[in-house]
Design a protein around this ligand. Structure first.
Ligand code: 5GP
Length: 281
């Protein structure tokens, strides 16, 4: 059991065009790819997905057209599926093309990275060739702090600095493994290798008792997804490595998951944000 802490969202966030236009609701927090607004009921928030993309601790910035719409849909799909296998999540329901209703949680300041195949920072740090299948799944923890560049930490640091209790870390590791097992299968079924991904967790307070639930999002922004046949990257590495075709890659993931209309079918809902952009407004 943990003592209740006041919720204190970080204060220093840029205002960007998309956020100013979208909502008259009170903004609680603006991150690199999402904005959180006050929800309609106490204990709820609205999570808005932007097209903005950043990499290398925001040193590289850009936009991926339609990313927000796709990530909203992909994350809804995965969180809903995870709930059916008993993983508690903050997701309540999707509201529209770019927004979803979520439970307000106290975010645990740890990024949980699950790796099945070597790529990215583990390849660089340990000199393991990218694409090497790891003999077992690895879970790593990073302290969420932009100013420090999200440094990797050990359980000892998490316990020492009180970022999460041992019971919470046990729950997090158990859930991370179950999420990984489920997602490996889900992506394998559509010809995609789940190389690695990042999860975030939060505390949901019920009276004086806090339960850890899955929070944030699961989308190609925080996963490495490779086509099983060609090893083509279908995730944010296309943006990080300036490979081009990032919007198409995100669309391909959504399409294989069955979330996009098949060729010939009309998209039934107009996304005002993309529509305005196309018209240059
Ligand atoms: P790496 O440590 O190799 O850079 O990242 C491992 C995995 O976690 C990748 O799938 C990457 O997308 C994800 N990841 C790590 N840190 C972040 C982050 O700050 N933001 C997002 N969106 N994904 C991250």
């Amino acid at each position: 059991m943990r003592e209740r802490l006041a919720y204190s969202p970080p204060l220093t966030y840029r205002h960007e065009g998309q956020s100013q236009r979208m909502s008259r609701r009170r903004q609680i927090y603006e991150g690199k790819a999402k904005i959180l607004y006050e929800g309609p009921e106490p204990g709820t928030l609205i999570q808005y997905f932007k097209d903005d993309a950043t990499a290398f601790n925001a040193e590289k910035r850009g936009t991926i057209n339609g990313k927000g719409v796709l990530n909203n849909r992909i994350s809804e799909h995965i969180f809903t599926a995870l709930q059916t296998i008993g993983i508690p999540t903050h997701f309540i329901r999707r509201i529209n093309m770019r927004e979803q209703l979520i439970r307000q949680v106290e975010i645990i300041p740890i990024e949980v990275v699950i790796r099945n195949v070597a790529a990215g920072s583990i390849s660089k740090r340990l000199g393991i060739e990218e694409g090497t299948q790891l003999p077992r799944t690895i879970i790593e923890y990073y302290y969420k702090d932009d100013a420090l560049g999200d440094p990797m930490v050990a359980d000892e640091h998490i316990a020492c600095f009180g970022w999460a209790s041992q019971d919470e870390m046990n729950d997090i590791a158990d859930m991370a493994i179950r999420v990984n097992d489920f997602m490996c299968g889900m992506f394998a079924a559509i010809g995609i290798r789940l190389v690695d991904f990042k999860l975030e967790f939060g505390r949901l307070w019920e009276n004086d008792y806090a339960r850890v639930i899955l929070a944030d999002e699961i989308s190609p922004d925080g996963c490495r997804l490779w086509d099983m046949k060609t090893n083509e990257k279908l995730d944010k590495d296309r943006f990080r490595q300036s490979l081009g075709g990032e919007a198409e890659a995100y669309q391909e993931v959504a399409r294989r998951l069955g979330l996009l209309p098949e060729e010939g079918e009309e998209t039934p809902v107009l996304d005002l944000e993309s529509h305005r952009k196309k018209r240059g407004k």
